[in-house]
Design a protein around this ligand. Structure first.
Ligand code: NAD
Ligand code: UDP
Length: 315
């Protein structure tokens, strides 16, 4: 049995990871400040004797004896990370320093949840890990993008300077149950709007693209990455390479929800990437042939069921 710390464990991805690592027979410490996460996501775990919940902010030092750390704490939706941009930078940078300091002291393995946002608005398509990105350092997305880039730097330097056993994954747009209904990201927004019969809000003309990964596929990649040899540090892309335009996504969700929602077109936010699609050949090589298994339609159906139940409970 391993003892595993998950920062941001009450969030969307973190809550799935807590459940899966408990199912696999580990002891899980879930650390969160509940900025975008919720106890509701992990309420079914509270009575498990191998699960521990800790209210803590990663910008402050933390100490515990664990074997592995998954560092997920950071708001991930543009509306939430832009709400207090200075705090977002602090969460990524000070959070990384605090967790790396802990990993160094207790000799734990540590995995950083980095992001496809490190590629910015990419001018290479699809994006391989060797691409350095096209990021605006002074725009509205910079607090997130540059915070995550600096965290990657810190991870790399703790590895080189102090021998900390690091793992960096770059997550591409991931969706699934446990996203907050007010999360603000595209999949949850569109599903909630379609289920409520409200207009679907497309920013821009909907021709921008994203590649959507179902959360179970990401978890498989994350866990394989953590289990890989010490020489495998990443960064490695984890995403589903099937690319859709945002307009196609809207149409698919309207159809799957059997909704009569219309579409309203709103202005495209500043620095919104035009296209995004992961090159996952490196992930396949180092993670025993890992590749996503869940197609968009199947993943959306599960996510729609989740939101449908949630919205009915709210009424
Ligand atoms: P989320 O907002 O649901 O989860 C983030 C969690 O971190 C929340 O529970 C939040 O309360 C917690 N948190 C935020 N600031 C904190 C702080 N200072 N101290 C302690 N806890 C804090 O988002 P998510 O989609 O689950 O994202 C999890 C991680 O994965 C994030 O680091 C995010 O950047 C990364 N990521 C996610 C995606 C995606 O598509 N979902 C893509 C790229 C990267
Ligand atoms: N988007 C949209 N309507 C929404 C929410 C998002 O058209 O209600 C667009 C957004 O402008 C972006 C894409 O969908 O082009 C993905 O947005 P999201 O915030 O989910 O993730 P990110 O931009 O960080 O990839």
């Amino acid at each position: 049995m391993k003892r595993i710390l998950i920062t941001g464990g009450a969030g969307f991805i973190g809550s799935h990871l807590c459940q899966r690592l408990l199912n696999e027979g580990n002891e899980v410490l879930c650390l969160d400040n509940y900025f975008t996460g919720s106890k509701k996501n992990i309420k079914q775990l509270i009575d498990n004797p191998y699960f521990e919940l800790i209210r803590h902010d990663v910008t402050a030092p933390f100490f515990a004896e664990v074997d592995e750390i998954y560092n997920l704490a950071c708001p991930a939706s543009p509306i939430h990370y832009q709400y207090n941009p200075i705090k977002t930078v602090k969460t990524s940078v000070m959070g990384a320093i605090n967790m790396l300091g802990l990993a160094k002291r207790i000799k734990a393995r540590i995995l950083q949840a980095s992001t496809s946002e490190v590629y910015g608005d990419p001018n290479i398509h699809p994006q391989p890990e060797s691409y350095w990105g096209n990021v605006n350092p002074v725009g509205i997305r910079s607090c997130y993008d540059e915070g995550k880039r600096c965290a990657e730097t810190l991870f790399t330097d703790y590895h080189h300077q102090n021998g900390v056993r690091i793992k960096i994954i770059r997550i591409f747009n991931t969706y699934g149950p446990n996203m907050h209904p007010n999360d603000g990201r595209v999949v949850s927004n569109f599903i909630v709007q379609a289920l409520r019969g409200e207009d679907i809000t497309i920013y821009g003309d909907g021709s921008q693209t994203r590649s959507f990964q179902y959360v179970d596929d990401l978890l498989e990649g994350m866990i394989r990455m953590m289990a890989s040899g010490d020489d495998v540090t990443g960064p490695v892309n984890l995403g589903n390479p099937v690319e859709f335009s945002i307009l196609e996504l809207a149409e698919k969700i309207i159809e799957l929800c059997g909704s009569n929602s219309g579409i309203s077109f709103l202005p495209l936010p500043q620095d919104d990437p035009i296209q995004r699609k992961p090159d996952i050949s490196f992930a396949g090589e180092i993670l025993n042939g890992w590749k996503p298994q869940v197609e968009l339609e199947a993943g959306l159906e599960k996510t729609i069921l989740y939101f449908d139940k949630l919205l009915k409970e709210e009424i």
